[in-house]
Unconditional design. Structure first.
Length: 317
């Protein structure tokens, strides 16, 4: 472990812009996912690649944590990786294949040369140029994105995705169980989770969020003009925070649950007989307008509550 810490310290001294990634964080990346009382064999290494002329970065890592951030405008990629396994032979079967593909792509792929490398996996920390689009594919991973300026597309079997200050379009699919958590989405998003949660603290341009089983929360959403926001849960609650200045047509529907709205909403007229069934349907389906309309907001769940909250509008940054 001492040799790993010394190696990490040398790396950080040679890259001033990486000061935010401390020696301790690199050591923690080696320690992560180690069961108590058990030891793993680890092999850390660092690589740097020239991405001149490359517009798309493809990362394929079957298992392991992944942190990606945009640090600079120069066409250079920095990658610190830690290969981990229960035994040295399993470790030896794992390697990382990084190479250009075609005229505009660069691929980073984790490859196993033997089926016997079952316990081995790779954790990556990657700094990318601001101009590249990032495509990520993984079976099981915890993915962290920071200040990515261009579009990002993620396909994940199981795990979690977190993003801070996402300045490009975000598209993410979790086929199994997991969660998506975004601190600030500057551009439209498209998220789908089979089982889990979607949580967005601040959404600037609307988007689409779907969970087959689980909840959706958007703390602050700014949707006006031709923008739209679609929130759908098969089985789960939906919570949406909107500033008082929101101008949108809104449709909300629940098969079994209750709809709450803190905003004054103008319900669109409809014709019906005043029966118990009509009153019940009015509790389960809302079609109305906030302000002057314009944008489109939909929130639908088969089973769960829908709550539309009034939030204090913050200065956009």
């Amino acid at each position: 472990m001492m040799r790993i810490m010394q190696y990490s310290l040398i790396l950080l001294a040679s890259y001033n812009s990486l000061a935010a990634w401390s020696v301790q964080s690199l050591v923690d990346s080696v320690k992560s996912n180690v069961p108590f009382g058990k030891k793993e064999v680890v092999r850390p290494f660092t690589q740097e690649f020239d991405l001149t002329g490359k517009k798309i970065l493809i990362i394929e890592n079957p298992k392991g944590a992944l942190e990606v951030k945009a640090e600079w405008n120069t066409p250079k990629l920095y990658m610190h990786s830690v290969v981990k396994a229960k035994t040295a032979p399993e470790l030896d079967h794992m390697h990382i294949d990084a190479h250009p593909q075609g005229n505009d792509r660069f691929v980073i792929r984790t490859v196993s040369s033997s089926p016997s490398s079952g316990s081995a996996y790779v954790d990556h920390k990657i700094i990318v140029p601001a101009h590249v689009q990032v495509y990520i594919v993984s079976n099981q991973s915890n993915i962290m994105l920071s200040s990515i300026k261009n579009p990002v597309k993620i396909t994940l079997d199981n795990g979690s995705i977190s993003a801070h200050n996402a300045q490009g379009n975000l598209t993410a699919l979790i086929k199994g169980s997991g969660s998506i958590k975004v601190a600030h989405a500057h551009q439209p998003f498209n998220f789908k989770v089979n089982k889990g949660t979607i949580s967005i603290a601040k959404a600037e341009k609307g988007g689409v969020a779907y969970v087959d089983s689980g909840s959706i929360t958007v703390e602050q959403a700014y949707v006006n003009g031709i923008q739209s926001l679609q929130l759908t849960s098969g089985y789960g609650d939906i919570t949406l925070g909107l500033p008082i200045s929101t101008n949108a047509d809104i449709k909300a529907s629940t098969g079994k649950g209750t709809i709450f709205c803190d905003h004054p909403i103008t319900l669109k007229p409809f014709t019906a007989k005043l029966t118990p069934q009509t009153w019940k349907q009015m509790q389960l389906h809302v079609n109305g307008t906030l302000g002057t309309g314009e944008a489109i907001i939909t929130a639908n769940t088969n089973k769960g509550n829908i709550k539309i909250k009034e939030v204090i509008e913050q200065v956009k940054i």
